[in-house]
Design a protein around this ligand. Structure first.
Ligand SMILES: *Cc1c(COP(=O)(O)O)cnc(C)c1O
Length: 425
């Protein structure tokens, strides 16, 4: 019903559709369980013969409404909301990989994802090869091995905000029989829908723009529904699954096989579904997602241009600047705005960067990005501090890099704060 609507309208109307006399807004169903009239009805639910909620570790009405809205916004067939962005990313990997498998990842990922892939996955026998953002088709191809199960990238890299050539990377992945997973946190479906460019799975830290108000931690995995799991590489989705009394996810769920396995096996067993309250809060945030991203993008472009012209600034990276090396990709993937994250370097080094941050009054120093209030961080000494010099260099993170997450305040106030802080260096 909502397929034909535009994105800003979907932000308000997708997911929950009230019937006659029902609540206007999606209710918060704060219940761990659901009552049934007979053992047979509940038995059919366990057999996945009928649809319904059994237990809130597997699904919940409030969470389901939120999932349907995001699936619709991203153009996917189903979605699973998780406790955090990290758990959405690990859910994507664990649904497709087991011990002995391998993944290929772009090197400019969020620091938490780099350490998840480098250290934690390794402890479970899943190996990773990192490739450069601008890796050629051949370089990507040679990183893919027989046991590689997916390629993982971010629409807008973190923290240096390069735009990824999603379509090209999806083509190389598909030529090698594996899916592309895209973490679309910084772009949101308002600015870019990776599934339209060939991505097979999209993840988000909904903690960021989707909630948008720094109120609720969360993540989501969206199933694109287009990948052919029957190509011989993904037997776990095709063959009878002993953890679900021998059903084949592909035969039973068709295009939604991946998300069905993720929910019925992984989320069921590991237990990282989003709480109803966080889904309720996040769904409230989404109502203004399109409006907010318009303002975030507009403010960030003005600030990026201001910084580019300031003599104390060494360099500025923002996808919306014509000087950006990936500007041709910006035009293709982010035609309606480049989001609110800017990376820049102040002339000098770490000391100057710290002095600038310490001198800001309105803009605050917090470990966060992508919410309504403008904030700043110095990744080398904070979010990416667990990475080695070499990893930092590979991810393009210089020690003077400052990451500014531009909020939706009146841009004049932000510019004044930045200008004053720059004067103090
Ligand atoms: C923050 C972030 C994550 C992790 O999300 P959490 O909700 O903090 O677990 C993953 N990817 C990107 C791009 C992020 O910005």
């Amino acid at each position: 019903m909502t397929k034909k609507l535009n994105l800003a309208t979907k932000c308000l109307h997708s997911g929950y559709i009230p019937g006659n006399g029902e609540p206007r807004v999606a209710p918060l169903v704060q219940s761990t369980t659901y009552k049934y009239d007979s053992a047979d009805i509940l038995g059919d639910l366990f057999d996945l013969k009928t649809e319904g909620h059994i237990y809130s570790r597997i699904s919940n009405p409030t969470v389901s409404n939120f999932e349907s809205k995001i699936a619709d916004l991203e153009g996917g067939v189903a979605a699973i909301a998780t406790t955090s962005g990290q758990s959405a990313n690990i859910l994507a990997v664990l649904t497709l990989c087991k011990s002995g498998d391998h993944i290929v990842a772009l090197s400019n990922l969020y620091g938490g994802t780099v350490s998840l892939f480098t250290h934690t996955l390794k402890r479970f026998g899943i190996d990773v090869t990192f490739i450069k953002v601008n890796a050629t088709d051949n370089e990507i191809k040679s990183a893919i091995k027989d046991n590689t199960k997916l390629v993982f990238g971010e629409t807008i890299g973190n923290p240096k905000v390069e735009v990824l050539d999603i379509e090209r990377i999806a083509n190389v992945a598909h030529e090698n029989g594996i899916p592309l997973v895209i973490d679309n946190t910084f772009a949101t479906p308002i600015l870019c829908r990776p599934i339209e460019f060939g991505a097979d799975i999209v993840t988000h830290s909904t903690t960021k723009y989707i909630d948008g108000h720094a109120r609720a931690l969360g993540g989501i995995l969206v199933d694109g529904g287009k990948f052919n799991w029957k190509n011989g590489k993904f037997d776990d989705l095709v063959k009878p699954d002993p953890s679900y009394h021998g059903l084949s996810f592909v035969d039973t769920f068709g295009e939604a096989a991946l998300s069905a396995k993720a929910r019925c096996a992984l989320v069921r067993d590991i237990g990282f579904i989003q709480s109803p309250f966080n889904a309720f809060l996040t769904d409230l945030g989404i109502e203004t997602l399109a409006l907010r991203l318009e303002r975030h993008s507009e403010n960030a472009l003005k600030i990026a241009k201001f910084l580019e012209e300031n003599e104390k600034i060494e360099w500025v990276s923002y996808p919306g600047l014509e000087s950006n090396p990936t500007y041709n990709l910006t035009k293709k993937y982010l035609p309606n705005g480049s989001s609110g994250i800017i990376a820049f370097g102040i002339k000098g080094g770490v000391e100057e960067a710290k002095k600038f941050i310490n001198s800001l009054k309105l803009i605050s120093l917090v470990t966060h990005v992508a919410d309504t209030k403008t904030c700043v961080i110095h990744p080398a000494s904070t979010t990416h501090r667990q990475l080695t010099e070499k990893q930092l260099e590979k991810g393009g993170i210089s020690s003077s890099l400052i990451r500014l997450s531009v909020g939706i305040e009146d841009v004049k106030d932000l510019l004044e704060d930045i200008e004053n802080a720059l004067k103090r260096i």
